[in-house]
Design a protein around this ligand. Structure first.
Ligand code: AMP
Length: 138
């Protein structure tokens, strides 16, 4: 079965389009975490960012940057969070690669809060961990 973004891209389901070119569309997220919350989506289906070819990924990021700039200049956002979730464990609910552009207006606003709380790393060997990841980067 086609995912909801494929159906939006094919025009089966309406959306509030912010941007479109041959490879990428951007639409307002139906649940606005903050005013102007936008999703940047490649038209070709890839499950998530990790499986998206680099050239297309760069196009998606380019559009996300430009939408972030527009949110600052037109909506008066004081900043933006630009993020993507990969797989359910990380909060991905639609299995079609997309990047969230979430304008930020005031600290601690209700709609969206991103807190990063470091875990206890006393049993981690950081130099070994860095080596482990480094040798797998392709
Ligand atoms: P994620 O949880 O990272 O996969 O994000 C999926 C996002 O898609 C959520 O923020 C939803 O609100 C949004 N979404 C789901 N259905 C639609 C739709 N029909 N139009 C616009 N946004 C949608």
């Amino acid at each position: 079965m086609k995912d909801i973004f494929c159906r939006i891209i094919e025009g089966e389901i309406p959306s509030n389009k912010v941007y479109e070119d041959d490879d990428v569309i951007a639409i307002l997220d139906i649940s606005q975490l903050t005013k102007g919350h936008t999703l940047v989506i490649p038209k070709e289906h890839y499950d998530n960012m990790l499986s998206c070819p680099k050239e297309l990924l760069h196009k998606v990021i380019d559009v996300a940057q430009r939408i972030g700039q527009a949110c600052v200049s037109v909506l008066g956002a004081k900043g933006v969070n630009i993020l993507t979730n990969v797989n359910e464990i990380a909060g991905q609910s639609v299995p079609h690669f997309h990047v969230h552009v979430i304008p930020r207006y005031v600290a601690g606003e209700g709609g969206f809060q991103l807190t990063m709380k470091p875990q206890d790393i006393s049993d981690l060997n950081l130099p070994m961990l860095a080596e482990e990841i480094k040798k797998e980067i392709k």
